[in-house]
Write a protein that binds this ligand. Structure first.
Ligand code: SAM
Length: 241
């Protein structure tokens, strides 16, 4: 029972796109997950194959029709389908690594990609969709957001990442800190040296340095994450961290 993603889109040719290559592409080829992109337009009923109409109340742009979307959802989700139905929208709750972990631990997902001004609210409510955003900016369509979500989930599926690039020690992990900086050879590059502690072979000191860098960078760049991290430390009684 592999992790199965269904995508509803007006641009099925955008899939698998970049997910057909590299880590996700290899995993797709190896059958660790599967992907099916369905053209919403195939579920249009009128002569012109229309999927959208003008917004009630006036204003610019077009809105995707609820009847067509509902039929498209019914076309990919059977009655017993336990996968969450997710609508990509800039109005959604923000996707984060905790949500990614939860999604990748489940049976897969059904993703609805919006276009134009968006989607008729009634089908979002009637189908109990989860509305997710990938960030505080506006894309021209939900497809690239769907690719982002799928990339984040697929790399966490069992057997997709090697032990070498394990998810155990990366940004947005259990401790809620951003990752420390990385270096590799040459030891001296354009007059810039690798921090000497990293070449010392002293594992405890290296771990201390990395931890301090993680904390510094998180504090500097993401006061929101730092506040959450500190609250968590206090909650866990970790006053000596
Ligand atoms: N009128 C909408 C609003 O102001 O909220 C924006 C519509 S946007 C031009 C078209 C589609 O792109 C949306 O329906 C959604 O599917 C997708 N989209 C845009 N930004 C997104 C984001 N940050 N996260 C997820 N999906 C997004």
């Amino acid at each position: 029972n592999r992790w199965h993603a269904s995508v509803l889109t007006l641009y099925p040719d955008m899939f698998p796109g970049p997910l057909g290559l590299s880590l996700a592409g290899r995993a797709l080829h190896d059958g660790r997950w599967s992907l099916e992109a369905t053209d919403i337009r195939a579920f249009a009923t009128d002569r012109h194959r229309s999927v959208d109409d003008t917004p009630a109340g006036g204003g610019a742009g077009m809105v995707l029709r609820p009847d067509v979307l509902d039929a498209a959802i019914g076309g990919v989700m059977g009655p017993g389908d336990a996968r969450p139905l997710i609508c990509l929208t800039p109005r959604g709750r923000l996707l984060d690594q905790a949500k990614v972990r939860a999604l990748s631990a489940g049976p897969g997902c059904v993703l609805l990609c919006g276009r134009f001004e968006g989607i008729d609210q009634r089908v979002i409510e009637a189908r109990g969709m989860v509305e997710l955003s990938i960030g505080d900016y506006v894309l021209s369509g939900g497809e690239t957001a769907a690719l982002v979500l799928l990339d984040a989930c697929v790399r966490l599926l069992p057997g997709v990442m090697g032990a070498a690039d394990s998810a155990a020690e990366e940004s947005h992990g259990a401790d809620g800190l951003l990752e420390y900086p990385h270096y590799t050879r040459p030891a001296d590059w354009q007059g810039r040296a690798i921090p000497p502690v990293l070449l010392s072979g002293h594992h405890a000191e290296i771990a201390r340095w990395r931890r301090a860098e993680s904390e510094r960078i998180t504090q500097e760049r993401r006061p929101d994450l730092w506040a959450r991290h500190e609250a968590k430390q206090r909650g866990a009684g970790g006053m000596d961290g």
